[in-house]
Write a protein that binds this ligand. Structure first.
Ligand SMILES: [Zn+2]
Length: 289
C-alpha cells in the first residue's frame, strides 16, 4: 500500500485533497470504506479520543488491517485530536498512520514546547508517522449546536503558522481559517453554509510550505472547499455531516421496518445514507480544477 506521505505528496501535486472521515463503530467504518472503493480514492479514517474509547484502539486497528487485505484503495488510520502523549503513544503502537497532536487549548508557547517533545518521542517509535499540529480555536465537538459567527476567534496568521511549523517539526498543520467543528441547525438543514478565508489559507501555505488540513469542514460551501484545495488544503475533515446522515438513515430504517429486530436488515439504511454523503465529499475533493 502507498504510504500516507506518498498520497499527501501526490494529492498536493494534483491539486486535489484527501477526505478524512471520523468513525466510532463498525457501521460507519464499513460505509466510508465502501465509499472509498466506489470512488477509487484513498481516504483517512479518523477517531478522536472519545471515538477511540468507544470502539477500542486495538479493535479499530485490526478492522482496518483486515479491510486493507480486501480493498484496493489506500485506507489510513488517524488518531484525531489527541490531547495527551500517552494516548498518542497507544495509537502509534497499535499501528495508526498519523496523529493529530492537539494542544491548541494551551498557550501558543506551551503548545509549541509540548508538540515538539511529542514529535521527537512519537517519531522514535515510528519514523514514518505523520504528525499534525494544531493552532488557533476551531471549537470542539462535531455536533449540532449554536455556531455564532460573531463569536469566532481570530484566524491563524501566516507568521504564527510559520513559527509553529519551524519550532515543532510537524508534518501537517491544522490552522483556523474560518472553519469550525460542528454545524448549526440551519447548516444541518442545508439552509446556511460556512465560508472560509481563502486568502489566509494561501498565505499560510506560502509561509509554511507544508501539508495543511481543514478541520470542521461539515456544512461548508462547496465552492469554498474547492477554492481552499486550490489555495493549498490537502486533507479535509468531515464528521458532523456523517453523523447527521447516520441518524437520518437510522430513523428511516426504523420507520420503514417498525417491527424489525434483525440489525442487518435495519442497518443498511444508515449504511446507505452515510456512504452517499462520504462518496459525494470524496468526489468533490478529488475533482480536478
Ligand atoms: Zn477536527
Amino acid at each position: 500500500m502507498e504510504s500516507l506521505r506518498a498520497v499527501l505528496d501526490r494529492v498536493s501535486r494534483e491539486k486535489i485533497a484527501v477526505a478524512h472521515f471520523n468513525v466510532s463503530d463498525f457501521l460507519q467504518t464499513k460505509a466510508v470504506v465502501e465509499a472509498a472503493q466506489e470512488t477509487s480514492m484513498p481516504i483517512v479514517i479518523g477517531l478522536s479520543e472519545g471515538e477511540r474509547e468507544f470502539i477500542g484502539v486495538k479493535q479499530i486497528s485490526a478492522l482496518i488491517k483486515a479491510y486493507r487485505q480486501d480493498v484496493r484503495v489506500p485506507i489510513f488510520l488517524n488518531a484525531d485530536h489527541t490531547h495527551s502523549l500517552k494516548s498518542a503513544i497507544d495509537a502509534v503502537q497499535s499501528g495508526f498512520d498519523s496523529v493529530v497532536f492537539d494542544l491548541s487549548a494551551l498557550s501558543f508557547e506551551e503548545n509549541i514546547r509540548q508538540t515538539r517533545e511529542a514529535v521527537d518521542i512519537l517519531k522514535a517509535i515510528n519514523p514514518d508517522l505523520i504528525i499534525e499540529g494544531e493552532i488557533g480555536d476551531i471549537g470542539t465537538g462535531s455536533s449540532i449546536r449554536n455556531l455564532d459567527t460573531a463569536e469566532r476567534k481570530p484566524l491563524t496568521t501566516p507568521e504564527e503558522a510559520k513559527h509553529f511549523v519551524e519550532q515543532t517539526g510537524v508534518d501537517v498543520l491544522a490552522p483556523a481559517v474560518g472553519n469550525m467543528h460542528g454545524m448549526s441547525a440551519s447548516m444541518a438543514r442545508g439552509e446556511t453554509k460556512k465560508r472560509l478565508n481563502l486568502t489566509t489559507i494561501a498565505d499560510i501555505k506560502a509561509a509554511t510550505g507544508i501539508f495543511i488540513t481543514l478541520h470542521g469542514a461539515s456544512g461548508t460551501d462547496d465552492s469554498d472547499l474547492q477554492a481552499a484545495i486550490a489555495a493549498g488544503i490537502n486533507v479535509i475533515h468531515i464528521n458532523t455531516e456523517l453523523r447527521v446522515a447516520w441518524r437520518q438513515g437510522l430513523e428511516q430504517g426504523l420507520k420503514a421496518l417498525p417491527n424489525e429486530v434483525v440489525p442487518y436488515k435495519v442497518l443498511p439504511y444508515p449504511l446507505s445514507t452515510i456512504k452517499e454523503v462520504a462518496a459525494s465529499r470524496i468526489s468533490l475533493f478529488s475533482a480536478a480544477h
